[in-house]
Design a protein around this ligand. Sequence first.
Ligand SMILES: Cc1cc2nc3c(=O)[nH]c(=O)nc-3n(C[C@H](O)[C@H](O)[C@H](O)COP(=O)(O)OP(=O)(O)OC[C@H]3O[C@@H](n4cnc5c(N)ncnc54)[C@H](O)[C@@H]3O)c2cc1C
Length: 549
Amino acid sequence: MTAKVVIRAVDTFDYIVVGAGTAGCVLANRLTGSGRHRVLLLEAGGEDRNIWIHIPLGYGKLFTDARVNWLYDSEPEPELNNRRLIQPRGKVLGGSSSINGLLYIRGQPEDFDHWRQLGNSGWSFDDVLPYFRRAENQERGEDALHGVGGPLAVSNVSEPHPLCDAFIEAALQAGFPRNDDFNGPTQEGAGYFQLTARNGRRWSTAVGYLRPARRRPNLKVAANALTTRILFSGRRAVGVEYRQGDATHVAHASGEVILAAGAFNSPQVLQLSGIGPGRLLQSFGIDVIADMPGIGADLQDHLQVRFIYRCSERCTINDMMSSVRGRVAAGLRYLLLRKGFLTVGAGYAGGFFRTDPAAATPDVQVHFILFSADSVGKQLHSYPGFIASVCQLRPESRGTVSIKSPDPRQPPAIQPRYLTAPADREVVVKGMRLLRRIMTRPALERYVAAEQAPGPQRTSDADLLAFARETGATVFHPTSTCRMGSDLTAVVDERLRVHGMEGLRVIDGSIMPTVVSGNTNAAIVMIAEKGADMILQDAAAGTPASAAA
Ligand SMILES: Cc1cc2nc3c(=O)[nH]c(=O)nc-3n(C[C@H](O)[C@H](O)[C@H](O)COP(=O)(O)OP(=O)(O)OC[C@H]3O[C@@H](n4cnc5c(N)ncnc54)[C@H](O)[C@@H]3O)c2cc1C
């Protein structure tokens, strides 16, 4: 396709933020707060007007909606029977925080202490906790670990559910503790999740951070604006080129360009701009500004294996959705009371467990989900059904993101290489055994009519691994493709500045040195809160935004 190239008037900003996702919306808010800096926020997707974004259960409808989702697929996965896996990503204001499952999980304090131990000063749990607290508006109130009054609403599920109560009881019967706060002093145990929601409405970063900031005259938001490349003068980022409709625009940055396009698109934009693995770029005729093999390397993600259960009672979301009466009742309950199934996104309850009692912290997470379908985004089963999934929290497998074309409209090649590390295969199988241990406790007997999949006949380690290979899927937590660190393949330093470049940072999920042990949205909000502080501190101190090569 040849787009008509019309270069519109060039405008200059202090900061240009590429991507209005989880991180980009936080940055837009914090960088414009003082009124001193002019900021341009560029987003490839549109406004977040789709009603299903804002009703938590609508999450299920957004998996296949090209109006709000990039709808990526992975390359054939060698350890998963060469299947291509769907890789949804938000393409709308709020980014993936507008289409995600709403679960509010920060990860383990040890994750951040590990980042620090890898050499990233300023990123230990004690260092990052103030940013988690500053972001948070915790419904339960303030304490040493939680904050109130921040832009990100965090709430309890609207009401308990008997099937979730039974799951939690079953975990207790299997010897695990109850946990009412997975972001509290310890992550281990079973309990209800908290959600980034308030009064039954999703609290994306577009809602919490961007909306209030849009009134500020020093913020310009350009939606449906695809950033095609970063512009450089030598090694200094001086602006971006972006496309809106048929027109190509140029915007200049007198301060910095900040990439917040997410774990797939931040490395893609860098590669398209001439920063990345030299040979890859040359193969597409792209002039190499900096040969950096780490850009797009080290992709990490959580692979989940879903057990499907037929339920003995008609108390699941499948049952509500299968009749007009059920849907109307749920709709009324939502509208009048802000309660019920429509207020819940992905998991309702779940837990964090150690497959090996000798392990220091939990190594698997269970999501307990009150509906069932053959795979994510597919039609719900007509029978009463629910899912319990297990994912390994600290995978050793590493994948890649690399451009497949010099055309910015073409998706990059996403190759997570799930289960390529033997340790990952081992933990996944142990996790499946652990899940079965919980699901076969007496507390759940009343509800479990049958384990539909994998099915009781599949019992050996080989059977379980084969099931993981046949059905394993992403739980949507890709990270680390522009990894923070000081080693040869690290992409950004501990102030999130791209090594060897000037005026260029990456601030989003792609900078995580290792994926956190849990869902990723809350940690990315924290990263953006901290990143914004570092930018403002550097501006106040007159420090050049450049990192040592
Ligand atoms: C279906 C799903 C369910 C999930 N469930 C949960 C959950 O329950 N809890 C949880 O904590 N996490 C969950 N996650 C993960 C979490 O939402 C993401 O890790 C997080 O939102 C990523 O934030 P980010 O800022 O790195 O990227 P994103 O939020 O994806 O933002 C990137 C933004 O950049 C834009 N962009 C990309 N390329 C360009 C370009 N060239 N030009 C302009 N704009 C561009 C994108 O359109 C997007 O808006 C889920 C994710 C998905 C997809």
